[in-house]
Design a binder for this molecule. Structure first.
Ligand SMILES: [Zn+2]
Length: 164
């Protein structure tokens, strides 16, 4: 079963702009246009005149925006971002003599350390010897969760496409 665009009487056929694309993590979102129930990557469209927001799948996003490239590219970026995020905790994290975990990646050094029974993350540019750390928000139950929080702080999917 695939998503199939069907025009609807209650949704304007044109005048939509793609404002965001979000990974729903599970493919169980129902497209608000065609009702296809297995959308994973949710595309948010805003109507130019009315300001109405609707959340749809890739196919309906393409038809409603009349842009058959961008929604697909957004979805591809989200997919590769999700893959990178999944691999992030398994990268070459090292353990320091203090028991902290650290990773050097793309000019940054990321540290995950225990704090009051929880785990916290912070990062700084690897060549910054002054040691000014940026703390990542949140206390985490596991080092893995703290690693993922550092990934989210450093790489957001919207950064992925605004850089290009
Ligand atoms: Zn749809």
């Amino acid at each position: 079963m695939k998503e199939k665009f069907v025009p609807r009487k209650d949704i304007p056929r044109i005048g939509w702009v793609l404002v965001d694309a979000v990974d729903n993590w599970t493919a169980d979102f129902a497209c608000q246009n065609c009702k296809f129930p297995h959308v994973r990557y949710v595309h948010e469209l805003k109507h130019k005149n009315t300001g109405t927001i609707i959340s749809v799948g890739c196919v309906c996003a393409q038809h409603l925006t009349q842009d058959f490239a961008t929604p697909r590219l957004r979805e591809k970026a989200l997919r590769s971002w999700a893959g990178r995020r999944m691999r992030w905790p398994t990268l070459n994290w090292k353990r320091s003599y203090k028991g902290n975990l650290f990773l050097k990646k793309q000019g940054m050094v990321i540290v995950v350390r225990p704090s009051g029974g929880k785990w916290v993350a912070s990062y700084k540019p690897a060549d910054d010897n002054q040691g000014i750390w940026t703390s990542v928000k949140g206390l985490h139950d596991t080092p893995e969760e703290a690693k993922l929080a550092s990934f989210d702080a450093l790489y957001s999917p919207s950064k992925t496409w605004s850089d290009h």
